[in-house]
Design a protein around this ligand. Sequence first.
Ligand code: A2P
Length: 274
Amino acid sequence: MGITNTVELANGVKMPQLGFGVWKVEDGEEAVNSVKWAIEAGYRSIDTAAAYRNEEGVGRAIKESGVNREDLFITTKLWNADQGYDSTIEAFHTSLNKLGLDYVDLYLIHWPVAGKFKDTWRAFEQLYREGKIRAIGVCNFQEHHLKELMADAEITPMVNQIELHPHLSQEPLRAFCKANDIIVEAWSPLGNGQLLQDAKLKAIAEKYGKSVAQVIIRWDLQNGIVTIPKSVHQERIIQNADVFDFELSAEDIKVIDGMNQDKRTGPDPDNFNF
Ligand code: A2P
């Protein structure tokens, strides 16, 4: 297993299990540099969103990287204000233009906006059928949101990207997704950086001669979760990809599983107002 390791989505498309997330990465030089460093370090999956306002920088980095488009896996997301059938189609093309691409690998609904996400999904299905997107999915959907969407959907979401880290292990939602062939992807896998000082994780990391970030990323990988740590520092970007020369013991995985506190660092999908 290495950085090119993939998981298979329900439609057969292969998605790298470790990717590079760019939430909070500033457009321009910061986005261009960090994405280029990531690609140089071997990452092939980049996760952005219209709401991050850095699709142009990501697109520039992709072009300048010299890596073939078909060897990259690019994800972007539809922002809440653009939900609805026609506005989704329009917003998708805006993202595509900003990225400078003619297709994306994965397009995600960013949040489950009540009363709108079903129309939005019909547009996703249409864009998917037209071949402009290789896979479609959602973010921040709880089990009840997924059930509501799937009740009318022709295509089941292939991915659910959710906040997931040792303090929010999401076991029930992971089980539901697994049963429905939906791949779970973790956002803020490092708890937005807040978990890096945790004493229990530090003790485990010391044992393996690795960093806490590397231990958490390993925990994701060994649990079959797709993960997209973010950093704007080259040495950390490299470090977060250097996780294929060790393996956590079943015992240590259990210890980390046991750290769950159902504690979010970000908004609650059942109670957000944006
Ligand atoms: P920075 O971008 O300044 O390197 P998450 O992916 O959970 O949202 O966490 C991202 C946060 O963790 C960012 O603040 C990032 O800071 C920090 N971070 C990412 N990788 C590492 C690492 N290997 N060591 C220390 N901090 C890291």
